[in-house]
Design a protein around this ligand. Sequence first.
Ligand code: NAP
Length: 238
Amino acid sequence: MIPPYDRVIMISGANRGIGLAVTELLIEHGYRVSLGARDVDTLDALKIAAKPDQVACFTYDAFDLDLAKAWVAGTARKFGRIDGLINNAGISKPSFNIEEEDATILDLMISVNIKGPLRLIRLALPHLIKSGSGRVVNVSSLSGKRVKNSNFGYAMTKFSVVALTHAVRRHGWDYGVRATSICPGYVQTDMTAKASAVAGSDMIQPQDLAVLIETALSLPNNAAVAEMLVNCRFEDQF
Ligand SMILES: NC(=O)c1ccc[n+]([C@@H]2O[C@H](COP(=O)([O-])OP(=O)(O)OC[C@H]3O[C@@H](n4cnc5c(N)ncnc54)[C@H](OP(=O)(O)O)[C@@H]3O)[C@@H](O)[C@H]2O)c1
């Protein structure tokens, strides 16, 4: 595998939470990063911290196919290669209820959590294959492994993300593409700011997840990890 400093990694939702933490770590470790965010101005601080030509910023909204195309094409044009894709952007809308007929909220989660990552993978795949050691890291959740609360619409999407990851593993294996699902429990970000089940300081810290994501990116082709389950509290299944 080529050394990290030469590798080019795309990260969705790079502006805050887990996406921001992994972006900061990758910049610190010398990766070149292509960052996607709905408001590209929110990425300005990251550019300041990086070396010249280490960071490229693109507008990415999971609902917009043209933006996804422009991001992938713009990344390949700027850096001449794409070695990894971190599908991090995601939403949780616990208000969706199994008894509801209106699936509007579920559709929103499907668009951002499943269709967005699928589209980026499809567009980036030729570049990842060309890399010879392409990596896809999909941020799923422990909610993608079990249904523990009433937020089941979110869980449906995160189960799908795990399935998508396995599909990429099958499809890309012979070309050196490896895919990993990161499945954390509670992480202390804006998404869990109102959660009461676990105190914020007892949640997984985004910086610790960033280390695991970088590990998935940097392991060689013959040491692939399909799923990383990450707990902040004991669960007897995982
Ligand atoms: N926090 C947890 O406990 C936890 C646990 C397991 C898994 N996860 C997963 O981890 C990932 C990151 O979550 P987080 O905790 O870091 O949450 P967060 O702080 O709420 O950040 C969510 C990110 O997703 C982006 N995003 C939302 N809707 C988008 C859209 N339509 N198009 C493009 N980007 C969009 C946000 O952009 P804006 O800033 O523009 O809104 C933001 O960058 C998600 O996939 C989440 O499901 C989180």
